[in-house]
Design a protein around this ligand. Structure first.
Ligand code: SF4
Ligand code: SF4
Length: 74
């Protein structure tokens, strides 16, 4: 069962990759094609089922792009 679900406010992302670096289960990556309106490549999730809702990605993001929901009891 997945524990977490994350959503992005893509237009705020500046592509710094801190979320990618700090995700302990390594499910985040930068899409090489998709960009936001500011021209930054956006971050995507390989396998949301592996998210442990630790919120490291949201904590590290300097632009408050990521929202983490703990769906353990959803
Ligand atoms: S909440 Fe944790 S496990 Fe889920 S994507 Fe963010 S850093 Fe990775
Ligand atoms: S940490 Fe935030 S601004 Fe940086 S790449 Fe991830 S979502 Fe974008």
């Amino acid at each position: 069962m997945p524990k977490g679900r994350i959503t992005f406010e893509y237009e705020k992302c500046k592509g710094c990759l801190l979320c990618v670096a700090f995700c302990p289960v390594k499910i985040l990556y930068m899409d090489k094609v998709a960009m936001n309106k500011s021209g930054y490549n956006i971050i995507k999730v390989t396998d949301m089922d592996k998210c442990i809702a630790c919120a490291q990605c949201a904590t590290m993001c300097p632009d408050s792009v990521i929202t983490v929901e703990d769906i353990t009891n959803a």
